[in-house]
Design a protein around this ligand. Sequence first.
Ligand SMILES: *Cc1c(COP(=O)(O)O)cnc(C)c1O
Length: 408
Amino acid sequence: MIKINENYLKLQSSYLFIDIARRVQAFQTAHPDKDVIKMGIGDVTQPLPPACIQAFHEGVEEMANAETFRGYGPEQGYAFLREKIAQYDFKARGAEITADEIFVSDGAKCDNGNIQEIFAQDIRIAVPDPVYPVYVDTNVMAGRTGRAKDGRYEGLVYLESTRENRFIPELPSEPVDLIYLCYPNNPTGAVITREQLKVWVDYARENRALILYDAAYESFIRDPGLPRSIYEIEGAREVAVEFRSFSKTAGFTGTRCAYTVVPKICMAYDETGEPHAVHALWNRRHGTKFNGVSYPVQKAAAAVYSEAGRMQTRALIDGYMENATLIRREMEALGFSCAGGENSPYIWVDGRQDSWAFFDFLLNKAGVVCTPGAGFGRCGQGYIRLSAFNSRRNVEQAMTRIRTALAG
Ligand SMILES: *Cc1c(COP(=O)(O)O)cnc(C)c1O
C-alpha cells in the first residue's frame, strides 16, 4: 500500500485567494455592468525591459546554431551572470560576496522552500506573523510542526509584527535556531534599519542560529540609509543566507530567474557540535536536484546589469513606486494609518475593522479588490494589503472610487 506523507494533512488549505476570487465572482455576477480594479495582486504588470528582451532573443538565436548551441550549463549558474551579481548587487554596496557564493535558480520561492531540507528535524524555527506563506508551509510539509490550532502551528515561534513595534518584531523570548526575515516585507511593506538588523545578526552569532533573509523587494528601497543586503551588516556572512529574485526587480515573474547567496564561512552544526559549511550542503542539494536555469533566461537576467538594463529597471520600479506614493498619500488623507509604500510596493492599511469586512466594503462600494491582511496570519487581522503593481490609470481610478465610497 502506498502511504502518504501525513504532514501534508496538517496543512491549512489556503482559502485566501480562492475566497477572494469567489467574492469577486459573486460581485461581478450581481453587477455585470461594473468593472473591478484589482489592487490585491502580488505580480508585476509591466513588460520586461527592452535590454532583457534583446539579450533573451540573442540567447535563443545562439541555441539555433550548432557552433553556439549550449546544452547543460553549470547547476549554480553561468559565471557571466554570477560575476555581475557579485559586482553590482554586493561589492558595489560594500558587501563582500564573491561569484562562487551565488547560486542562480528558477525562483526565490523554490529556494526559500527548499533550503529547510539541509537542516535537522528538531530545530526551533522562528517565523514572522504576518508572513509570506512559503516559509511556514514547507516546514509543515517536512514535519517540523505539530497541528494547526487557531491559525497557528504548534512548535513554531511566531515573531509578531504589529503597529506597536512598527512591524519589526522583537527577538524571540525562547531560543530559536532558524530565523526567517523578509525586508522590505511582504505583506506589511515595512523596512528594517541597519541597527535593527544588527540586533538579529548579533543574536544569530551568539546563539549559533541561522538567518534566512528574503530580500525579494530589495530594489524598491529608495532610502539610501537602509541596508539592501543583510551582508552590509558586520558579521552577517557567518550567520545568514540571502534570497534575491529578478521577479519583482525586472519583471521576471513569468520568465523565472533568482539567486541565493550562501557565504562560504556560514556554518551549521552536527550532533556533536562540529561546524559544517552551509555552502557545501546547499551546493550538494542544488547540484543533485536542480539542473540550472535556461541559458537565454540567464542571458536576459545578465542584461539587467548592463547600462541600459539598469536604467530601464530603475524606470520600471520608479513607475511602481509613484503608484505606491499615490496610494499611501490617498489612504492617509482618508484617515487610515498605513505602513509600507515608501520603500516597498505594498501598502499595509489599518482598516480599523475586520479585514474581510473592509475587503467586502471596498469590493461592493468601490469595485476595488484588495488582499485581506488576516490571510497572512493572526497579526494581519484588521489590515488590508494594497499593491502598487498596476497601471497609473487603474491606481488613480481606484483611489477616486475609494474616496467616493467612504464619503457615501
Ligand atoms: C514574489 C516573492 C518572491 C519571489 O519569488 P520568485 O519565485 O523568485 O518569483 C520571494 N519572496 C517573497 C516574499 C515574494 O513576495
